[in-house]
Design a protein around this ligand. Structure first.
Ligand code: PEP
Length: 226
């Protein structure tokens, strides 16, 4: 059983929601499927037979934080998990490792499974171990029974470039070695229906986090059935 997560980012509309629900609800798979649409579309997934997640949440449950998403309300809306620290949040919205850790605590406090994203940038490829170590440092010793990590090399996101399966194996083994063998780890970065199968065969890979290809219901459906 693998965990297959769709990250729509700030894409999609009501038509895509309908097409996606119709296509993915018809699937028979042993895998766990999660869709993370933009927050404004979450309620449209009431009839979805699989899990719904959010793409981000704030680290407080309520208050004067205009524009932020409350983890408490996301839970009430039916979300089971939340992506935390996606590289786009880190790069465009100034999310630091400290903020990511606080969001992780907020997610757990609200019984949302955090999917914590980590990964090195293009100019950090040689020092990837150092980068990952820094990003996960705070999590060592934290309660991780209900946490998922996603290794997403930033240079691979949306670029069509992916690490070799050996590199993915090594990176996920490195993360599990630091955080505990049982922590589920996903791979994310330019996954599509052509490369998903070989990545899913990597022994350290517990699932996939999929951006672009998750906007194509047929292609995403194929991946969920691998
Ligand atoms: C992502 O946004 O997490 C991602 C992996 O995107 P893509 O699949 O498009 O590279």
């Amino acid at each position: 059983m693998k965990i297959i997560v769709a990250n729509w980012k700030m894409n999609g509309d009501l038509d895509l929601v309908s097409a996606f629900i119709e296509r993915i609800n018809a699937i028979e798979t042993k895998n766990t499927i999660v869709v993370c649409p933009p927050a404004a579309l979450i309620r449209e997934f009431n009839d979805f037979h699989h899990l719904i997640g959010a793409q981000n949440c704030f680290y407080e449950d309520k208050g004067a934080f205009t524009g932020e998403n409350s983890p408490k309300l996301l839970k009430k809306l039916g979300c089971g998990c939340v992506i935390i620290g996606h590289s786009e949040r880190r790069a465009l919205f100034g999310e630091t490792d400290e903020i990511v850790f606080k969001k992780h605590e907020a997610a757990l406090r609200n019984e949302l499974i955090p999917i914590v994203c980590i990964g090195e940038k293009a100019n950090e490829r040689v020092q990837w171990k150092h980068v990952l170590t820094k990003q996960i440092e705070k999590f060592i010793g934290a309660p991780l029974q209900n946490t998922i990590f996603a290794y997403e090399p930033v240079w691979s996101i949306g670029t069509g470039m992916i690490p070799t399966t050996e590199e993915i194996q090594e990176a996920l083994a490195f993360i599990k070695n630091k955080l505990g063998r049982n922590v589920p780890c996903l791979y994310g970065g330019s996954v599509n229906a052509s490369n998903a199968e070989s990545i899913l065969k990597v022994d350290t890979v517990d699932g996939l986090l999929i951006g672009g290809a998750s906007l194509k219901p047929d292609e995403f459906a194929k991946i969920t059935m691998m």
